[in-house]
Design a protein around this ligand. Structure first.
Ligand SMILES: Nc1ncnc2c1ncn2[C@@H]1O[C@H](COP(=O)(O)OP(=O)(O)OP(=O)(O)O)[C@@H](O)[C@H]1O
Length: 222
């Protein structure tokens, strides 16, 4: 469970948002929507402990590991790692054979969950956009997160591939009760996949019913 009480953030004199009040429950599939610059990324950075709040209270269970899937970035064709090697980058180095065995099991399991097993040896640079994004997702799942943050992860993928990625995330949400926070500018995906929506408006946040989310909510000035 994550709870914000009067959460406020300023950068110097610039007020980004003030008095955010919300609660995110375990297993929620939630979208964070609002125009450019309204504070969505700043909020998740605060959630992940990468940015400091200015005032207010934020309660995040300490043991609640948060996984983060970044915005889609293309990767050079000659990137030297295979999909599996890339996913493994998030493992802690160990000399213990026992730990290595456990790590290998874990990797196998995660590649299966993200449907990457068949192509695990393919160089990441040669993978399709959707496959690359799944590799980021697999990396984020490595530390067994209870919360997964997707930061516009589907931007610049084509529609079908976006849906495939979101189907996979939905499956993880339903099977493992993974909490999903989806920062997005995508109206269709918000409607199709998310169960709750938090809308940044006038420097604060309000919960709107997903059925009431409209396209202009992604465009209006902050
Ligand atoms: N480290 C920083 N120092 C100063 N200002 C910052 C910093 N990070 C973000 N900002 C400002 O805070 C505001 C909110 O930015 P943020 O990236 O959170 O918005 P966003 O809603 O995620 O936008 P977008 O939809 O465009 O990704 C912007 O005006 C931005 O310029």
């Amino acid at each position: 469970m994550i709870r914000a009480i009067n959460l406020t953030k300023r950068f110097g004199k610039q007020l980004v948002f003030e008095n955010l009040n919300f609660k995110i429950n375990d297993g929620d599939f939630l979208s964070l929507i609002g125009p450019n610059g309204s504070g969505k990324t700043t909020l998740v950075k605060i959630l992940m402990g990468l940015e400091k709040k200015s005032s207010g209270t934020l309660i995040v269970n300490q043991r609640q590991v948060i996984g983060y899937v970044p915005q889609f970035r293309n990767i050079d064709l000659d990137f030297p790692l295979s999909i599996e090697q890339f996913v493994k980058l998030n493992l802690k180095f160990t000399l213990s054979p026992n730990q290595r065995r456990q790590d290998n099991e874990l990797i196998k399991n995660i590649l299966e969950r993200t449907k990457l097993t068949k192509i695990k040896d393919r160089p990441l640079g040669l993978a399709s956009g959707g496959e690359k994004q799944k590799a980021y997702l697999a990396q984020a799942l490595l530390n067994d997160p209870k919360v997964l943050i997707l930061d516009e992860s589907t931007a610049s993928l084509d529609v079908e591939v976006k849906m495939q990625l979101m189907d996979l995330v939905q499956e993880l949400n339903q099977k493992y009760n993974l909490t999903v926070i989806f920062i997005t500018h995508d109206y269709e995906l918000t409607k199709k996949y998310t169960k709750r929506a938090l809308f940044f408006k006038n420097k604060t946040i309000e919960e709107v019913n997903v059925s009431d989310v409209s396209e202009d909510m992604f465009e209006m000035g902050g």
